[in-house]
Design a protein around this ligand. Sequence first.
Ligand SMILES: Nc1ncnc2c1ncn2[C@@H]1O[C@H](COP(=O)(O)OP(=O)(O)OP(=O)(O)O)[C@@H](O)[C@H]1O
Length: 256
Amino acid sequence: MLLQVENGSYSYTKENPVLQGINFSLQEGEILAVMGPNGIGKTTLLKCLMGILKWQSGHSLIDGQDSGMERKKIGYVPQAHRFSFSYSVRDMVVFGRAKYMSLLVSPGKEDYKIADAALEEVGIVHLRDKSVSRLSGGQLQLVLIARALAGQPCLLILDEPESHLDFSNQFTILQIIKRLAKEKGIACVMNTHYPDHAIRFADHILLLKGERYLVGRPRDVLSKENVREYFKMESSMERVFIDGREIDLFVLLDKI
Ligand SMILES: Nc1ncnc2c1ncn2[C@@H]1O[C@H](COP(=O)(O)OP(=O)(O)OP(=O)(O)O)[C@@H](O)[C@H]1O
């Protein structure tokens, strides 16, 4: 078991508990999509997993060790907001090595080698010398994934990795995440607002709702009944065959 969360709870104020008694686990190479209405606690969960916020009860373990002690094993991919500074893509990616470097020490040959391999892994070697302030949103998202990869994580945490991207770039990013998970065995936890992305790319969904939550296979978690209860929407999921492929199609029908 790579990631294990046991009885995790967190609240910013006593009156409003955000996460209560969360339990789930993730194996190497598995993708967990975290879903739920706005303001329900998805980002808070990611922050607890990364140790930016401390669980108030319970804990999370990576490879059986407290995740606070294993922070180097976690790579974080924030949402892609434009940078105004003019680092090159390569320098930005080598920042992913910072956790292995002592203060005031510059990255060495080996760090650049690992950064270059990360650029290659996500297919952006051609952007290597470009300034990060001159990238499109999709390119920047790939740079942020490469930066996280340069840290050689076994757990990637991604905050809405496909937000602000056109549907083609959304697909590209999610395919890359899936490939990294399956080929390199990296476990991924990503927040998403898109049910069809979770169904297509995730192995499990964690659906949050106030004091409750559900965790399980996408098809089970996003059942008609659950979507009605958690999002107040009518929906339907159909299994279809297109070009010889079996695909679960999720459709939102109406607000209740
Ligand atoms: N620093 C903070 N202090 C107090 N309350 C906070 C703080 N950060 C978040 N909250 C509250 O905690 C709850 C969960 O916030 P969180 O950002 O985790 O939600 P979310 O599910 O990620 O939302 P969204 O889908 O809109 O991004 C919200 O009610 C929010 O107002």
